[in-house]
Design a protein around this ligand. Structure first.
Ligand SMILES: [Zn+2]
Length: 338
């Protein structure tokens, strides 16, 4: 095997190291590098691309990637792991979700048809696109703010063919947190943008089995181990490393789930979650109450089906506050399908 060239560095079989995928220039004249970690196995195998902070303030995945790359021994690895700890570097530096310079969301089609002469997000997409296209498998690590339960998102209706669909289910099961099929929700809030336009469904359209994972505590590094375990479980499933699957805590809920959508409240007031995220609910169970500042209950939000809440995000357009403006989406619900 010959050396593999990624960004500014070359990697011989059985080695690991660091590289820069490219850089963005700032008004002050500074250049901002895009760091990347590579572990190239001594044996042949698939290319796994893992990314964090595609939404720049969700650093849970960044931490998981650091732990993952510390745990890997390229001498015992088959194939290559290309890990991008922070995808949206400008957003990360500002602690923001989207690119500050142009307001665009990196979890999008941007890698597949990016304009290298476009605005900052498009230029980032053009730098990262060739790396994503090397992937035989792609995992994008995100995080939800608490209270939330860990989960992974499969975009099965976007899969190019049955093979890609089957492999996506296999890697979701291997990761070990409850997997939810995000296809065709009943009540997806339109202000979030269409779910099937994220980078993971677009990878599936292009024939790459892919998974988007929501770790716990988006803005902290505290959930790094869950992410590391999950990716290494996927690597075992792909035959890239040996060893037994590591258990996740909590384990995935039994059964299959699909994204129902966002539950919303009509009343303005305080959001009081009445169930722990990740608890299996019956249709009609009270999920949350909205009270006024005197403590009087203004509204009770109930479960629309058998399933579970994976997060109480609160009013996202109010920066996730649990002090709700009227008509807020309060959190996300997955329906049990078998
Ligand atoms: Zn995200």
């Amino acid at each position: 095997m010959t050396a593999l060239s990624i960004g500014s560095a070359q990697f011989a079989p059985g080695t690991s190291g660091r590289t820069s995928l490219g850089s963005l220039r700032y008004p002050s004249g500074f250049s901002l590098d895009i760091p990347c970690l590579v572990a190239r196995g001594s044996g042949d195998g698939p290319v796994l691309v893992v990314s964090g902070a595609t939404h720049g303030n969700e650093i849970a995945g960044t931490a998981a990637i650091i732990r993952l790359m510390q745990a890997l021994d390229p001498k015992k690895l088959r194939g290559t792991v290309i890990a991008i700890p922070v995808v949206n570097i400008p957003a990360f530096n500002q602690g923001e979700y989207s690119t500050p310079q142009d307001g665009r969301n990196m979890a999008s089609r941007i890698y597949w048809n990016a304009d290298a002469k476009g605005t900052v997000t498009a230029r980032l997409g053009a730098i990262l696109g060739p790396v994503y296209r090397m992937a035989d498998c792609y995992i994008d690590l995100h995080g939800n703010r608490e209270p939330c339960a860990p989960m992974s998102m499969m975009f099965l209706s976007s899969a190019r063919d049955q093979e890609v669909r089957k492999k996506t289910i296999a890697i979701a099961d291997a990761f070990g947190v409850t997997a939810v099929d995000m296809s065709d929700p009943v009540a997806h809030p339109d202000w979030v943008g269409p779910a099937d336009q994220y980078s993971v469904p677009v990878a599936l359209e292009n024939g790459i089995p892919a998974l988007m994972v929501e770790l716990v505590g988006a803005y902290t590094v505290l959930d790094a181990e869950r992410g590391r375990k999950g990716v290494m479980n996927v690597m075992r499933n792909l035959g890239m490393i040996d060893g037994a699957q590591e258990k996740q805590d909590p384990a995935a809920l039994p059964g299959r789930y699909r994204y129902w959508g966002s539950l919303s409240a009509s009343a303005a007031g305080l959001l009081w979650p009445r169930v722990r995220p990740g608890t299996l609910l019956a249709k009609g169970d009270a999920v949350a109450e909205i009270t006024d500042l005197y403590g009087d209950v203004l509204e009770t939000v109930v479960s629309p089906a058998k399933g579970f809440m994976w997060s109480f995000n609160g009013a996202l357009y109010g920066a996730g506050t649990h002090a709700l403006p009227e008509g807020s989406d309060i959190g996300f619900f997955a329906e049990k399908v078998d």
